[in-house]
Design a protein around this ligand. Structure first.
Ligand code: UDX
Length: 481
């Protein structure tokens, strides 16, 4: 089939690439000329500068100029197209609603072009990025107003997680198609023939509005589940030293009905989807006059969680951040990505600066470049000049008074040794990801350890003179036993 994919970001590019693998003739379009030029080089580094997904560059190398073509000019490729996938950014506005300006621009541009088609074959416009409920209907109106003939609209939300976009596109757990007519369902069945009647993949055909709602429900439910662990599990673990978080997790999730995914307590969930989607759903339900208490609570719990450990450092460990240097381990919102959108690290930095730290010594295996761009931009707070950037964890730790672990990078599991070799107690370790399996050893050597979902562990009495607030610790005994 002849397919156009409008928007070649994290969703559009893997989608276009995987469709081309199945032998469709795919035209990937973007208004960003530099981006398209980078893809056209076929060079892995160039491609990954824009979308860094395992396996993606290899597919592009394989199919480019045979099945996959890149273009900035839609007018050249629109004739005879069967499907147009819209994979455009839909960022949040300040009030939580969705900014559809980029989407609308593209929709109007497409409508103009489609109205002038010579071939009048049926073309289906498919919303793939997350858009508010009712957007497919709106798209239909726009096309009709521009006089487009023989077209259909559909909603086909993506459920891709970052770092897994290629595998997720090749083997999704479900394909959800919302459309109005059998003709449109049929065209989508043809483009997704590898998924129809698949033994393991659910292929669901429904209304456009249901498909749009499924995406919002799925993402907010996942965030609700994470927030249950962060808002209840972590709270239990930090109020009673005898509750072991890892055992609690196994015990609870051994029930087939309860998922292990989402049960990892953390300093809050970030990324480009969860925060944006829950705010948008709150906005949509509010506008319809419906209660949003649960969603509002989930949103608040997740945002609060991002800086909660810094607050605990002050109130529980008695740590005074004023004039201190803090090493920050991890900037990305999760491991294996350089994406910092809604990352806990952003909030941690703001909280630390507000508490008077003189330097934040940052390290991330992948996100350093993006971080510098983000914090260097001219309109940003001048306090961000207090952030320094380091090539290794060890370099970032040098001369620091405390460390905050924000991202779950695997390499941080070995951080205990690096800490012991680089900085001396008194020293506070704030672990937002429970990354240090050998924290007991550190505590016995005089370091203070404050993990998310766990009580503050202080050095045993012998090291007490070195501790920050000098209080007698009973927990220290448990830590070293
Ligand atoms: C998510 C959804 O998983 C995906 O289905 C949707 O389409 C887009 O949003 P992604 O943003 O890539 O994907 O990240 P995900 O792996 O789900 O993690 C989101 C955040 O939750 C991260 O900050 C992660 O570290 C955190 N998380 C995840 C936890 O804190 N605990 C967990 O148990 C799991």
């Amino acid at each position: 089939m002849k397919v156009v994919v409008v928007g070649t970001g994290f969703v559009g590019l893997p989608h276009a690439a995987v469709l081309s693998e199945y032998g469709h003739e795919v035209y990937a379009n973007d208004i960003d000329e530099a981006r398209i030029a980078a893809y056209q080089t076929g060079d892995r580094d160039e491609i990954e500068r824009y979308v860094n997904e395992p396996g993606l560059a290899a597919i592009i190398e394989e199919t480019m100029d045979r099945y996959l073509f890149f273009t900035t000019d839609l007018s050249q490729v629109i004739e005879g197209t069967d499907l147009i996938f819209l994979c455009l950014p839909t960022p949040p506005k300040r009030d939580g609603s969705t900014d559809l300006s980029m989407y609308m621009n593209a929709a109007h541009g497409l409508a103009d072009l489609l109205a002038q088609r010579k071939q009048k074959n049926r073309v289906v416009l498919v919303n793939k990025s997350t858009v508010p409920i009712g957007t497919a209907r709106l798209l239909q109106q726009i096309m009709t107003e521009h006089g487009v003939e023989n077209f259909g609209v559909a909603s086909n939300p993506e459920f891709l997680a970052q770092g897994n976009a290629v595998d997720g596109s090749r083997r999704p757990d479900r394909v959800v198609i919302g459309a109005d007519t059998q003709a449109d369902f049929e065209i989508l069945r043809r483009v997704y023939s590898q998924f129809v009647n698949h033994v393991r993949i659910r292929y669901l055909e429904t209304t456009p509005e249901t498909a749009e709602a499924i995406k919002y429900m799925a993402n907010t439910l996942l965030l609700t589940y994470i927030s249950f662990w962060n808002g209840v599990g972590a709270r239990l673990g930090e109020t009673n030293a005898n509750i072991r978080m890892e055992d609690l997790k196994i015990g609870v999730t051994s029930d087939d009905r309860i998922s292990t995914w989402g049960s990892y307590v953390s300093n809050g969930a970030g990324g480009s989807c969860f925060g944006k989607d829950i705010q948008s759903l709150i906005y949509q339900l509010n506008r319809a006059g419906r209660s949003t208490d649960l969603l509002q609570a989930v949103y608040n719990i997740n945002e609060y969680q991002k800086t909660y450990l810094v607050d605990r450092a002050v109130y529980e460990a008695g740590f005074n951040f004023n004039h201190k240097k803090v090493a920050l381990m991890g900037l990305a919102f999760k491991k294996r990505t350089n994406d910092m959108r809604d990352s806990a690290a952003l909030k941690v930095v703001e909280s630390l600066l507000a508490r008077g730290v003189t330097e934040i010594r940052a390290y991330d295996p992948l996100a350093m470049h993006d971080a510098q761009n983000y914090w260097f931009s001219p309109d940003k707070n001048h306090l961000f000049e207090r952030i320094t950037y380091h090539d290794t964890a060890r370099a970032a730790l040098q001369g620091s008074d405390a460390v905050y672990i924000s991202t779950d990078w695997e390499e941080f599991r070995g951080l205990a040794t690096t800490i012991a070799n680089t900085v001396q107690p008194p020293y506070l370790i704030m672990d937002g990801r429970r990354m240090l399996p050998d924290y007991r050893d550190l505590v016995s050597r005089g370091y203070e350890y404050l993990p998310v979902g766990g009580t503050l562990l202080k050095p045993p009495p012998a090291g007490e003179a070195a501790s920050h607030n000098g209080q007698q610790s009973t927990i220290a005994k448990q830590a070293t036993n």
